[in-house]
Design a protein around this ligand. Structure first.
Ligand SMILES: NC(=O)c1ccc[n+]([C@@H]2O[C@H](COP(=O)([O-])OP(=O)(O)OC[C@H]3O[C@@H](n4cnc5c(N)ncnc54)[C@H](O)[C@@H]3O)[C@@H](O)[C@H]2O)c1
Length: 251
């Protein structure tokens, strides 16, 4: 039986590209999202068989734990967890300065981006402690914005994605005895609905001019990095944050 991958935020953008790529790699994919119908559409479009789609809200402890159990009851143990779901709250395409940011916006952003990653990883680690698998993998999603302070992202988003930088390393240490690797992706400017919200129509060329590789990233560019990190061959890679940004930020 092929390995089972659970992808959060799989209904569109980078998450949908990850689902497609992992299915092409021969995995079974559990597509999860709060956009349940769109998750089902993505699932129906995947190559191969034995995929499934579920409504799952990563903010909600019960939703995460119950959905995780339901997926495992139906399909067996999850080997690969991709914590891709995320939000960036903008106002008419612009971030608010900290002085004008509501507590609600701050809390909502932390809840989806940081708490959501914690809840999903916790469910996965509990399950794999009880029933270990070979080649267990977690992939988290930070952002170039966390590394450089961001130009278009809100402080709430930058802080939430900075939490993922530390959480990824903490999880890598804890998961290592289980044979599970934990690595993060820090995307740069990837052409999705989330990124388009922060860009005026026709601004692509101007934005791409700041990227050494001369273009915005495609969701598939990120999915290719995830494909490597979850592969069996990446077994000695853990605790890393992987820049997928066309050279936009070089260390
Ligand atoms: N696009 C970029 O340029 C960029 C750059 C850096 C980091 N990222 C990160 O990459 C990831 C994917 O981004 P994207 O551009 O594809 O975003 P997107 O907005 O296009 O898609 C995000 C998906 O997450 C889902 N989602 C939101 N809240 C959820 C919740 N509570 N529970 C479950 N699912 C939820 C949405 O329904 C959507 O399907 C995010 O974590 C994002 O922060 C993106």
């Amino acid at each position: 039986m092929s390995r089972l991958a659970l992808v959060t935020g799989g209904a569109r953008g980078i998450g949908a590209a990850i689902c497609r790529r992992l299915a092409q790699d021969g995995m079974r994919v559990a597509v999860t999202d709060i956009r349940g119908e769109h998750a089902a559409d993505v699932c129906a479009s995947l190559p191969g068989q034995a995929h499934g789609s579920w409504y799952m809200d990563v903010v909600d402890e019960r939703s995460v734990d119950d959905t995780f159990s339901a997926i495992e009851n139906q399909h067996g143990p999850v080997s690969v967890l991709v914590c891709n779901a995320g939000i960036l709250i903008l106002h008419d395409g612009a971030r608010l300065p900290i002085a004008q940011t509501s507590l609600d916006e701050w809390e909502r952003t932390q809840a989806v981006n940081a708490r959501g990653t914690f809840l999903c990883a916790r469910a996965f680690l509990r399950a794999r402690t009880a029933a270990p698998v070979a080649h267990g993998r977690i992939v988290t999603f930070s952002s170039c914005a966390a590394q450089i302070g961001g130009y278009r992202s809100s402080a709430a988003y930058i802080a939430s994605k900075s939490a993922i930088l530390g959480l990824t390393k903490a999880m890598a240490r804890e998961a290592a005895p289980l044979g599970i690797t934990v690595n993060g992706i820090a995307p740069g400017l990837i052409d999705t609905d989330m990124m388009r919200l922060s860009m005026a129509p026709g601004q692509e060329q101007q934005v791409a001019a700041n990227v050494p590789l001369g273009r915005l990233g495609h969701p598939g560019d990120v999915a290719a990095a995830v494909s490597f990190l979850v592969s069996e061959g990446a077994c000695y890679v853990t605790g890393t944050m992987n820049d997928v940004n066309g050279g936009y930020r070089m260390q």
